[in-house]
Design a protein around this ligand. Structure first.
Ligand code: PGA
Length: 249
């Protein structure tokens, strides 16, 4: 789809006050009048700092998770209204690392997307198959199942979400899906969204998994790749800036 692309950095559990300041300043300076939306999804303690640093720039602020609950006895959780108070505009939900290490189910992910939307935060919903699932020919079933849960809980609001296709075997491994592999799954997701909303073209479908300065342009050139969710390369200003440049063409 031809639309303004979205490039979201996922810092994961990296950063410090000093390192964040350097990185945000370098990106803000280097991106100029980028012709795409740029977001940085920062660890839970840092939204206030990054919100301050990004002020006056075109950088949007994101979180890496959000609670499915609004408030109450949920020790360790951070709610959507809390994030909103610190200028957070996006929240990653259902990242494979959270599904894998924190037992997040499809239902929990769907509820998190709903909680985000209820408070004006755009959820970046991650879906993707493991290597074993791909090799067993189950890629389509897995991503469809993950997506169906989110559609089921969010109904017509589904056109407000962002989707990120992140094959688990490509995350942090240096092994990227080919542009064709990515496009195939993105087209499948678009078709699934079409059955749920009259405006499937409005939904940004991002690719994530070892996207870098060298492969970004060809991935982003695919008709259904509307941007990227970038881990490792989002921590290096020159690399992230090259991806932003590729998305601005
Ligand atoms: P990566 O991570 O770019 O380091 O592979 C992407 C992600 O996990 O969102």
């Amino acid at each position: 789809m031809t639309q303004h692309k979205l490039i979201a950095g996922n810092w994961k559990m990296n950063g410090s006050l000093a390192a964040n300041e350097q990185l945000v300043r370098a990106i803000a300076q280097g991106m100029g009048d980028a012709n795409c939306t740029v977001a940085m999804c920062v660890p839970a303690p840092y939204p206030e700092q990054v919100n301050r640093l990004r002020s006056g720039t075109k950088i949007e602020l994101g979180a890496q998770d959000v609670s499915r609950h609004e408030q109450g006895a949920y020790t360790g959780e951070v709610s959507a209204p809390m994030l909103r108070e610190f200028g957070v505009r996006y929240a990653i939900v259902g990242h494979s690392e959270r599904r894998q290490y924190h037992g997040e189910t499809d239902e929990a992910v769907a509820d998190k997307a709903k909680a985000a939307l209820a408070h004006g935060i755009t959820p970046i919903v991650c879906v993707g198959e493991t290597l074993a699932e791909r090799e067993a020919g189950r890629t389509q079933d897995v991503v469809k199942r993950q997506m169906a849960a989110v559609i089921h809980v969010n109904g017509h609001c589904i056109s407000e979400i962002v989707v990120a296709y992140e094959p688990v075997w490509a995350i942090g491994t240096g092994r990227t899906a080919t542009s064709e592999q990515a496009q195939e799954v993105h087209a499948l997701l678009r078709a699934q969204l079409k059955a749920a909303t009259p405006h499937p073209e409005r939904v940004h479908i991002l690719y994530g998994g070892s996207m870098n300065a060298a492969n970004a342009a060809s991935l982003l050139a695919q008709p259904d790749v509307d941007g990227g969710l970038i881990g490792g390369a989002s921590l290096k200003a020159p690399d992230f800036l090259q991806i932003i440049a590729a998305a601005s063409r």
